[in-house]
Structure formats: C-alpha cells, structure tokens
Design a protein around this ligand. Sequence first.
Ligand code: RIB
Ligand code: CA
Length: 327
Amino acid sequence: MNRHRIIIDADPGVDDAAAILMALASPEIDVLGLSVVAGNVPLKDALTNACKIVGVSGRADVAVHAGAPGPLVREQVFGKYARIGSFSDELVARGGITPAEEHAVRFIVRSAREAAGTGEPITICAIGPMTNIALALIQHPDVARGIRQIVSMGGAFTALGHRTPWAEFNIYADPHAAEIVYRSGAPIVVMPLDMTFQALFSAEHFQSLRDRGGAGGDALYNLFSTFDRGDVARFGRPGGPIHDATTIAWLIRPELFTSRRATVGTQVTGLTMGYTYADFYQKMDRMPNATVVTDVDETGFINLLIERISLYGSAASGPKTPGGLNL
Ligand code: RIB
Ligand code: CA
C-alpha cells in the first residue's frame, strides 16, 4: 500500500480532533507530525489540545510542533468556540504528549525538503488558518517541490460564510496566508463549506463513536456533545458538520467526493476580508490553481469516520502498531 505521508496543520478545535484521530487510525496514512497554529483558540490552548488528542490516540510516535501564535497581518480573531480554551480532563483524558522543541515552520520546511530529496512528496492537511504554511513557503519557496498537495479545509463559494456572512473561519482568520498559499504554485485542494455542510453528524452518530470508538470515541463524544455544532435554521435538519475530517476522508476514499478545477483566491482587505472566490469558468486571466471539492457522499463519509474511530475500540484489545492501529 502506498501510504499518504502527511503533516496535519491544525488549530484544535473540536473537528480538528476528529480529523487527527481519524488519520492516526488509518493505515493508508503516515502522519509525519502535527504543526499547530492559533485559530479556534489561542496557540497555547491549541497546542495543549493537540497533545491531548495525540495522547488519546496512543500514538506517542507522532510529534506535535508549536507554530504561529497569530495571523500574518490582520488583527487576531478566534473561533466562535474559543471559550473551549484547552480541553478539560473531563472532556479528553489527561496523558497528552510533550510538544517537540522544533518550531512548526521549521518542521514543515525540513519535512518538505527531505521529501523532495527522497522523491516522496508530502501532503499537508491544512485544517486551521494557513499561517504556518504561508511562512514556510515565503521563507523557502523551494519547499513547494516537496509538497504533493495542500488539502485545505477552508473557503466558501456557493455557501455563505459562517464566521461572517461572507467568510469561512480558516480563511477569515488569516486571508493573507491563504492568498500566499493559493498563489504558491503548490497543488491545492480546497474543501469549502459548500461541501462540508452536506455531511451532518447527528447525536446517533456520536453515540456510535462512544459505543465503538474506545478512548478516541469517548473523547469525540464528549467534545461534540459539549459543543453542539447543529444549526437547524441553517441546515434544515438536525446534526452538524465535521469540517476538518473531510480532508482525511479525501485521502482515504476520494471516490466519496466530486471536484472540479477553478481559480481560487481570497480578499485580503476591506469589509469582506476573507471572502473567497472560485472562478470555475475561467472568467479571469489566471490559470486554475486549485481543485475545488464541491460535493461529498454524506453517508459514505459518516460511515468512514465512524469505521476508523471504531479502530480505537478494537485496538484497545490488542497492541498498537506505529503507523496505524490493529486492523
Ligand atoms: O470553518 C471551519 C474551520 O474553522 C475548521 O477547521 C474549524 O476547526 C475551524 O478551524
Ligand atoms: Ca480547524
């Protein structure tokens, strides 16, 4: 099996937790490490949360690197769940790992350069504001040669924004970083709200995680029960999205998704800062720079997430092996 060698750049964040646990349980994926960025919560809390989630997974072989404490240019904003702060021991069991000494940007640069050298380019799953990734690309543009693709959960094209009427949070929190990444020349896959809003997880789904998912399922049940992401007024039905996990599902089962090429960018000034556009019809004088994922098979994605988190339940009965859980 050719495994995806990935860095997860995250701002945990409840849905980040689901993405991280899903990746760490999946044999198709080799998580080289996590790079952490301020976003949903301040950097110190995001770092604590990332370390606790990796601790819950049992994958002490996976390093967590602290990165940018805030955006490149704009004033800092946090997620609407910023009151989460750091995950309490009641929500996610104590026992997290210790952060690595190496800064996240240094980790990204080193990993991408090594990948270019061995001819095994890496995937970066960008599930927070893209500050770390932009800094790596600005300081060392050559690292793009070691990047197979940047799978970015972010943006909103046909959907309205949710952090503001015009903007999705990850882009809104650092639009300058997003524009740098979009224009970097690295292969970009964009997973926007248009698509993530199509897959809504219900209380029954979270109960399944709790019943079958061992320590990982417990943590996600606690987190998603505490921070209800449903919005019947907006979605017209119960349940809420798990945005970030779509980036992992894309790597494991791309056939669950529909995508098309477009020129993608974001506004970096003015009232509608963070507004993202996708030129699907080449109305601009720019070549398409991204693959935009427009649709997801809701049932297939939900079942895949539950199936992978359930591996923490089955693994509880046996030794874990680096690079994945007992299968
Ligand atoms: O808009 C959703 C994104 O913003 C997710 O990555 C969530 O964790 C927050 O970072
Ligand atoms: Ca996130």
